[in-house]
Write a protein of this length. Structure first.
Length: 213
């Protein structure tokens, strides 16, 4: 195993960077999409229920199947990987964003409106910061989930550590096949732990001091 790691170190480092870059960029995109959708529906109880239901249903879709379905419209490589990872990443974030915004004290919102703040300003400066810890919780859940889903994207020649996993599985029993699979799996786990620590630190920096736990 150590010999395999030594001889493939450059490729492992490059694939690891591709993997975490794919996940991080998709998380940013998914967070933006989820916050916009939640902002449009959270005041309406029916629309909020629909958004939560769609989030739950979306998570039941097999990632491998969705990746395969993306081949026809998007082809191979980065586009289908980004589409699938962003889709799955947005689901927990959307649910948490709706829950977080609905959990903001209406009295605080009314006070902000009472001092002349517009609805948009109230949302950006009052509701969103107060809901941010809950939203960040959804981001952390998404990060852990899509770190593994990003590996599945190697099926359509997507970037990342999934290439080691699929390469090893395709020649299981051959030379270095097990080492290749273990490299991909262990690498994904390590990256997931590192990214979670980064998100925890980001939460400490971005959460208003008055509402930190």
């Amino acid at each position: 195993m150590w010999e395999y790691l030594r001889t493939h170190l450059d490729q492992i480092v490059f694939s690891s960077w591709q993997h975490v870059s794919l996940v991080a960029q998709c998380l940013v995109l998914a967070t933006a999409i989820a916050v916009v959708i939640a902002a449009l529906v959270y005041r309406n109880r029916i629309l909020s229920s629909v958004a939560n239901s769609l989030s739950a249903i979306g998570l039941t879709i097999p990632a491998f199947a969705l990746v395969g379905l993306m081949i026809a419209p998007l082809g191979f490589g980065v586009p289908p990987a980004v589409a699938v990872v962003t889709f799955f990443a947005a689901l927990p974030i959307l649910r948490n964003t709706v829950v977080g915004l609905n959990g903001v004290d209406p009295g605080v919102v009314e006070s902000a409106r009472g001092i002349g703040m517009s609805r948009l300003r109230t949302f950006l400066q009052v509701e969103l910061p107060l809901a941010w810890p809950v939203i960040l919780g959804g981001v952390r859940v998404s990060a852990q989930m899509v770190m593994g889903i990003a590996a599945v994207a190697a099926y359509v020649l997507g970037p990342g550590l999934g290439g080691f996993i699929f390469s090893g599985l395709s020649r299981l029993g051959g030379a270095n096949s097990l080492e290749s699979v273990l490299t991909g799996v262990i690498g994904v786990v390590i990256l997931a732990l590192i990214l979670d620590l980064v998100l925890i630190g980001m939460g400490r920096l971005t959460t208003p001091r008055g509402i930190r736990v």
